[in-house]
Design a protein around this ligand. Structure first.
Ligand code: HEC
Ligand code: HEC
Length: 334
């Protein structure tokens, strides 16, 4: 008789443990399937929603200030054409940069611009180490680097062309872009409210009708001059609006690791963040580009041979941290 209560107590206890374990397992499963750690911020991955037909503008020659060149709108939209508004401002472009190789290799200079300054929907490539560029081309080709958002058509195109470009062309393009110095391109402004924006061609542009809205935890990067950006003028840069306080918070994370949130970026990217050895520069570059890279390292969409070095850096970063970090990085001299 005395054993009765204790054995039923034990049975009760075991049952309780089993139920608890089941609950934990169920919870784990739930968090497993609910896994996407965070929603991709639309301002960094604006994608390419179908845009309304372009207004029937003049069909003749287009111009940008300070250039005697002229191109038609059709040429400016052609992935095998590089509108070269200022040919004397950069070294002679290798064939693959200026014309690409038909059918599959679009001209590098079309997207990245002849001087490698890049645009928010792609990346700046000027001044990156040759070996780093060659490595990234191999990563794209081998499926080790893609976008966390398959809707980023610009990245899809980059991956596509990496599959058919030859080693010689990669080397020529890498030497070319590596030889050019990245120029200041982003003007960072801390604000509480931003101009309202809409998505066009993989980037944000001012919304028709104007107006402002709270910035929230976002970086809003827009062309300084939309018309010149649309003409692919490689001398017309971008404004990045960031939340008030971002620069100070970003500096703490970048230079001191934010008290254990991350590692000091300067350790590997150099004291001035302008790169060290084959580790790329992260100073003065587009915050939308840099945000995508940090998130792509987090999700594993970017997983090349050197990506493990960034894993420990990005694991704990929240979107607020990333906004502050990339705003601060963009504000630094390239
Ligand atoms: C259709 C537009 C397009 C063309 C043409 C293009 N790229 Fe890219 N490139 C991109 C995009 C988009 C990215 C990645 C942006 C991202 O990850 O968010 C990229 C990224 C890169 C990177 C990685 C830069 C970094 O900092 O990690 C390199 C290097 C590069 N491109 C080189 C080239 C070369 C060389 C060519 C010509 C053979 C070329 N690209 C042609 C759109 C293009
Ligand atoms: C332990 C070394 C190390 C540290 C610390 C480090 N990085 Fe990196 N970072 C790298 C390497 C190596 C790469 C190139 C990875 C690759 O090839 O995919 C890289 C790439 C990047 C890129 C992509 C650049 C591009 O051109 O696409 C960004 C953005 C970046 N790091 C940001 C940061 C930030 C922000 C910090 C600090 C919070 C940081 N890194 C700290 C080693 C490091």
């Amino acid at each position: 008789m005395p054993t009765m209560p204790s054995s039923s107590m034990r049975r009760g206890y075991i049952a309780l443990v089993v139920i608890l374990l089941m609950a934990v397992a169920a919870l784990a499963q739930q968090t497993d399937t609910a896994a996407p750690a965070q929603k991709l911020p639309i301002w960094a991955y604006p994608g390419f929603p179908p845009s309304p037909p372009a207004a029937a503008g003049p069909k003749g020659a287009e111009h940008v200030p300070g250039s005697t060149a002229s191109y038609t709108a059709a040429q400016i939209g052609d992935l095998f054409v590089v509108p070269d508004w200022f040919p004397k401002a950069h070294p002679p472009m290798p064939e693959v940069v200026s014309n690409g190789r038909k059918p599959g290799v679009f001209a590098c200079g079309h997207c990245h611009l002849p001087n490698g300054q890049g645009r928010p929907e792609n990346e700046s490539v000027a001044g990156l180490p040759t070996a780093y560029i060659v490595q990234q081309m191999a990563d794209f080709k081998n499926g080790l680097r893609k976008s966390s958002d398959p809707g980023m058509l610009s990245v899809t195109n980059m991956v596509l062309l990496s599959k058919s470009v030859t080693g010689d062309d990669v080397k020529a393009a890498a030497d070319y872009f590596s030889s050019i110095k990245l120029k200041p391109w982003i003007r960072v402004i801390e604000v509480e409210n931003v101009p309202r924006t809409r998505i066009a061609g993989g980037m944000l542009v001012l919304a028709d009708g104007g107006g402002t809205e709270p910035i929230g935890e976002r970086v809003i990067e827009v062309p300084e001059n939309l018309e010149r950006t649309e003409l692919r003028d490689p001398t017309s840069g971008f404004i990045a609006y960031v939340p008030k306080g971002s620069l100070e918070k970003g500096k703490l994370l970048v230079t001191a690791g934010g008290n254990g949130t991350t590692m000091q970026c300067t350790m590997c990217h150099g004291q001035n963040l302008q790169g060290m050895g084959n580790v790329p520069s992260i100073a003065g570059r587009s915050p939308s580009q840099m945000t995508r890279q940090i998130i792509d390292f987090q999700t594993g969409a970017r997983n090349g041979s050197l990506a493990p070095l960034m894993k420990g850096v990005v694991t704990k970063l929240t979107i607020e941290d990333i906004v502050a970090i990339t705003g601060y990085l963009a504000s630094q001299a390239p």
